[in-house]
Design a protein around this ligand. Structure first.
Ligand code: UT7
Length: 332
């Protein structure tokens, strides 16, 4: 074991969205909605929907392959997989073990964690701590969800919001503090608000029965207005808190990447942080709300477009079912 302090460095990132595009007009043929309502209330124009036989682990594998390629790292070098998902392939075992097998990785530790849309920020904190413990060198952190599998396609108040996708990051150990990618992470949760966004049945509280299926309890239930209010308040507060405790302002960031749940929420957080729209990354128009992967897909897009260069700083903020929230300041 090494004795000098180790830091966590982002070695490579990748993301994946399924090929199938579903537009707002497509949805208006399924439920009583319109392109105009969806665009003006949410900013969403279209979303990607996975094929029926594509599982969450399949989405995760596609993102992981790209991240490993961009990190220039071989399968044998990964020594732990952690996956943030709320739509695992099955309740158990973890989605991470399916990813391990599909990628042909060694018998390394694999586990999932469930924090919904704050998955990137929680995952970074876990991966960073494991790297700093000096017990793991190269961690494959994945966030992926097939939300279309738990979306009620008869409920217009939710089905227009979600999309499928995955993002992955290879985090690696470095002794060089200059290469440290994770400046700070701040996490929180409040179980008092667990009812605001929930998939009620199928767990130990209410196992699947004919009744639970009839009552459509195996789909996402959401109190949109209450969540909206909490999202604006909590994401604004935790973004400001992490900046304050690092003596930084949002304008010190090259980009701010929030969870992509609603364009109006993203813009309210932007206003609260008092930054120009150019600093804020918006992908919700193309992909809708893809849960934990939304921030990775957005950051990966910035990297692919050449906008993130060596030394760029990104503040990323997540918010989701739990409620959970998190913010991280990253340096590239
Ligand atoms: O990822 C986790 C975090 N998720 C979030 O943070 C989601 C936060 N919430 C939101 O983004 C918004 O609350 C929604 C986009 C879900 C809804 O927007 P809203 O402006 O809060 O609308 P609303 O729920 O207050 O509904 C307004 C009206 C209602 O009609 P009435 O009662 O005023 O006649 C709804 O029935 O819009 C109606 N409505 C729709 N109309 C056309 C709801 N969904 C639709 C729809 N198409 N798809």
């Amino acid at each position: 074991m090494k004795n000098s302090k180790q830091f966590a460095k982002v070695l490579g990132m990748g993301s994946y969205v399924p090929e199938k595009i579903v537009t707002n007009d497509d949805l208006s043929k399924v439920v009583d909605t319109s392109d105009e309502w969806i665009r003006t209330r949410t900013g969403i124009r279209e979303r990607r929907i996975a094929a029926p036989d594509q599982t969450t682990s399949d989405l995760c594998v596609c993102a992981a392959r790209k991240a490993m390629e961009n990190a220039n790292i071989g399968a044998d070098d990964i020594d732990l997989i952690l996956t943030g998902t709320i739509t695992p392939d099955v309740i158990f075992p973890s989605t991470s073990v399916f990813v391990q097998t599909k990628l042909g990785l060694r018998n390394i530790p694999c586990f999932d964690y469930n924090v919904a849309c704050s998955g990137l920020q929680y995952g970074i904190e876990i991966a960073r701590s494991l790297i700093e413990s000096q017990r793991y060198k190269n961690i494959l952190l994945i966030c992926g969800d097939k939300l279309s599998a738990v979306t009620d396609w008869q409920d217009r108040s939710t089905c227009v919001l979600f999309g499928d996708g995955a993002g992955a990051i290879v985090l690696s150990t470095t002794e060089n503090e200059e290469e440290n990618s994770i400046i700070d992470v701040l996490l929180g949760a409040n179980g008092e608000h667990s009812k605001l966004l929930i998939l009620p049945a199928g767990g130990s509280r209410e196992p699947a029965t004919e009744k639970s299926v009839k009552e459509r309890k195996h789909f996402i239930k959401m109190s949109g207005r209450d969540l909206f209010r909490e999202a604006v308040k909590i994401m604004g507060n935790c973004a400001q808190e992490i900046l304050d405790r690092n003596g930084m302002s949002a304008n010190d960031m090259d980009f701010v990447v929030t969870h992509q749940a609603n364009w109006r929420i993203i813009d309210a957080v932007r206003e609260r942080l008092d930054i120009s729209p150019e600093k804020v990354c918006v992908t919700i128009d193309k992909y809708g709300n893809t849960s934990a992967s939304s921030c990775i897909i957005a950051i990966d897009g910035l990297i692919r477009s050449g906008k993130v260069i060596r030394g760029s700083k990104i503040l990323t903020v997540g918010f989701g079912a739990g409620l959970t929230w998190g913010a991280a300041i990253l340096k590239f």
